[in-house]
Design a protein around this ligand. Structure first.
Ligand code: KG4
Ligand code: ZN
Length: 337
């Protein structure tokens, strides 16, 4: 089955053609990073206007690049939740109109579940696996039991991990988004220069939760308190020390999940999964079977939407054209409808 997937929940307008859930014929993404850079973050109203301009060209480009005729598309999938309401509305409305006008079914999918499905686009993963989902908007550790069955173990209790990277990047005078720039700077720094504090989340029911606001404040407002004077107070050292603290926190919570559940298959997604320190720490651990998709599948993309949409359609059939967007979804035990 040939599926068109459309993703527009935040600042990426993306379309893909995927066959039978895993065979990616094309993936095209127009990112708005440049547009939002001067505001140091995503501006929702600006994002939805940019999606209006991008959605038609990006879908056309995906179809052209797949080398298929438009009338061979059999299903349209789009993200309906969670995300920015205006941005979601653009992609979802376009998908519904496309499906209705061509007389083909449409399915609405959940953005978080689509991220958890993304590793299945590159590997035939056996369920269950642990998922670490880290981006500018989400920070989540969970167990993926099936294509649309996510058991959330923990989330951030305040800021998202990528957001902390971006705020610290801004403080260091780096261009938005700060994550990739901190990653590059950290390679020239020494992570022993600052011993930033680890959040106290020691309750039994918080073994998988994360917190980034304390770390962010420590770096931006109190970094001298944590400085080891044997090392220079350079941007490189700040970047390396912050990155190590931020990623070690993720690894610590993930290892709690590995030891408590006994599940050693681990997949990662979201923009922060591009981080070189996180990737090498996970990939060098021989006790784990690790799948981290290439960066374009870690970030928001239409292929994960098309892939999950296919499975959703097989299991539940088409969605109603009345399906609306939902900005927020209660975070626990996702699954089915
Ligand atoms: O998944 P994504 O493209 O968009 C959403 O936020 O949904 O993730 C973007 C986030 C930004 O916060 C960015 O700074 C971060 O991912 N990021 C990184 C790296 N590359 C992107 N963070 C750390 N290291 C990187 N190499
Ligand atoms: Zn996302």
């Amino acid at each position: 089955m040939t599926v068109l997937g459309i993703e527009s929940s935040c600042d990426e307008c993306s379309a893909a053609i995927v066959r039978n859930g895993t065979d990616i014929l094309s993936l095209r993404t127009i990112t708005q990073t440049q547009i939002h850079a001067r505001f140091d973050g995503v501006v929702p109203e600006v994002a939805s206007r940019a999606h209006v301009e991008a959605v038609m060209p990006v879908v056309r480009d995906a179809i052209d690049h797949a080398g298929i005729a438009m009338d061979t598309i059999e299903l349209v999938a789009a993200t309906s939740q969670p995300g920015l309401s205006g941005s979601l509305t653009v992609g979802l409305s376009f998908a519904k109109a496309f499906a209705f006008s061509r007389g083909i079914p449409f399915v609405a999918v959940d953005h978080m579940l689509a991220h958890t499905y993304a590793p299945c686009l590159v590997e035939d993963l056996v369920y269950p696996y642990l998922i670490l989902l880290v981006s500018g908007g989400h920070t989540l550790i969970g167990i993926t039991h099936g294509a649309e069955d996510l058991e959330v173990l923990g989330t951030t209790i305040d800021d998202a991990c990528g957001e902390a990277f971006d705020k610290v990047g801004n403080y260091l005078g780096l261009d938005y988004p700060g994550g990739p720039r901190i990653d590059a700077l950290a390679r020239q720094g020494d992570s022993r220069a600052y011993r930033f504090p680890v959040p106290k989340l020691n309750n039994a029911n918080q073994r998988y939760d994360l917190s980034y606001s304390g770390l962010k404040t420590a770096v931006i407002h109190q970094r001298h308190r944590f400085h080891d004077t044997r090392y220079g107070e350079t941007k490189e050292n700040i970047a390396a020390s912050f990155q190590k603290a931020a990623v070690d926190m993720l690894l610590n919570r993930l290892y709690n999940a590995v030891s408590d559940t006994g599940i050693t298959r681990v997949a990662a997604g979201g923009g922060v999964a591009a981080n070189s320190y996180l990737r090498s720490a996970l990939e060098s651990d021989r006790k784990l079977q690790v799948t981290i998709p290439p960066i374009e599948l870690c970030m928001d993309n239409g292929a994960m939407v098309a892939g999950l949409g296919y499975h959703h359609y097989l299991r539940y059939g088409k969605s109603s054209l009345d399906t609306g967007v939902r900005a927020r979804v209660s975070a626990f035990r996702y699954g089915g409808e």
